[in-house]
Design a protein around this ligand. Sequence first.
Ligand SMILES: NC(=O)c1ccc[n+]([C@@H]2O[C@H](COP(=O)([O-])OP(=O)(O)OC[C@H]3O[C@@H](n4cnc5c(N)ncnc54)[C@H](O)[C@@H]3O)[C@@H](O)[C@H]2O)c1
Ligand SMILES: [Zn+2]
Length: 363
Amino acid sequence: MIQLLANTRSKEYPVFLSAGAMKEAGNLWRSRGREGKIVLITDSNVANLFLGPVETAFTKAGFAVKAIVVDAGEEAKSLAEATRLYSELFRMQTRRRDAVCALGGGVVGDLAGFIASTYMRGIGLVQIPTTLLSQVDSSIGGKVGINIAEAKNYVGSFYQPDMVITDPELLKTLSRGQLVEGLAEVVKYALLAGADFFEALESSYEEFLVMNMAFVEPMVRRCIEYKLGVVSDDERDYGRRALLNFGHSVGHGIETAGKYTAYSHGQAVALGLLAAVRISEQVYSLSGDYSARLQSLLELLGLPTRLEGIDPAEVIATMSSDKKADDLSANMVLLKAIGEPVINCDVDAAMLRREVDRLVTGD
Ligand SMILES: NC(=O)c1ccc[n+]([C@@H]2O[C@H](COP(=O)([O-])OP(=O)(O)OC[C@H]3O[C@@H](n4cnc5c(N)ncnc54)[C@H](O)[C@@H]3O)[C@@H](O)[C@H]2O)c1
Ligand SMILES: [Zn+2]
């Protein structure tokens, strides 16, 4: 079992990573000196797949387990659902020594994490991420929260889990579409972390698509290590954590302009990465033919490289109202080289517009 350590200012916690790790959930929690019961929060799809085995893993280690199932889908990240969960926890006589275990993708992780961070001013939290996106991104770093009618992720807190159990075997039941969502983030990490990571994806991306654990596990590990490194330095997102927004300025613009239906997050990020790499080639003379290489990698993975059905002007307009962009021209992450990102880059509006147009025309 690989044990990675998250070392943030507010908490130090382990990320246990290995194929089959889920079965050890109870023993690992016990080895952390924990008692009390476990309230498993999961969604209707994941419940059918893994609720039984995870319940068993905790009960065989002597924990009492209760389960709450929410409907699968982004709608569960709402105040209405949170209210229902608080009452359920109360009815289950959940106390401060007990813990919530989030079993699912980013939706369940964010919602259950938010519940754990606020119920009785904070109780234990275990994350067992079941999508690629949640394994490499949302389960680590401590951002938890819900959506409001007006905007996504506007209500929440920073609340680190006490333990994360990352079992890449669980990814085998993901649809191709869900897998590809996470692969966009993996490509992001590769560009941020270094050429050898990117080259490994270029030469062996098929191993990911067929879920060869010998390839998937080390790749997931590299992503987690990268994110943990960044988050440990900047838990509350004042500085270096902005690195993780690479590809996300244009990406969020596309997601929002498409009203969250035209393009999924991963698809929008893929296009955002392409734009950011092309801009890096102009601003920092990024060499190595990465825009062409990235374009082929994204195509091989089944991610889009062309923007269709969305007005580029709309993308630019929504970017300027993005909560993460105080000043549009000064908030892009660019690359000096692969593995050498720079935050807060000044990109002039004309260049940005040209590159979003280019996503449409493709030339
Ligand atoms: N907190 C953070 O730092 C952070 C970072 C990125 C994204 N997010 C949030 O994450 C959410 C998206 O997460 P997601 O992409 O994991 O979506 P998700 O949680 O909705 O999961 C996607 C779908 O896959 C299903 N599923 C989950 N695991 C499965 C498995 N192993 N096999 C088959 N089906 C499975 C789910 O039921 C769901 O239908 C968004 O709400 C986003 O805001 C949070
Ligand atoms: Zn993302």
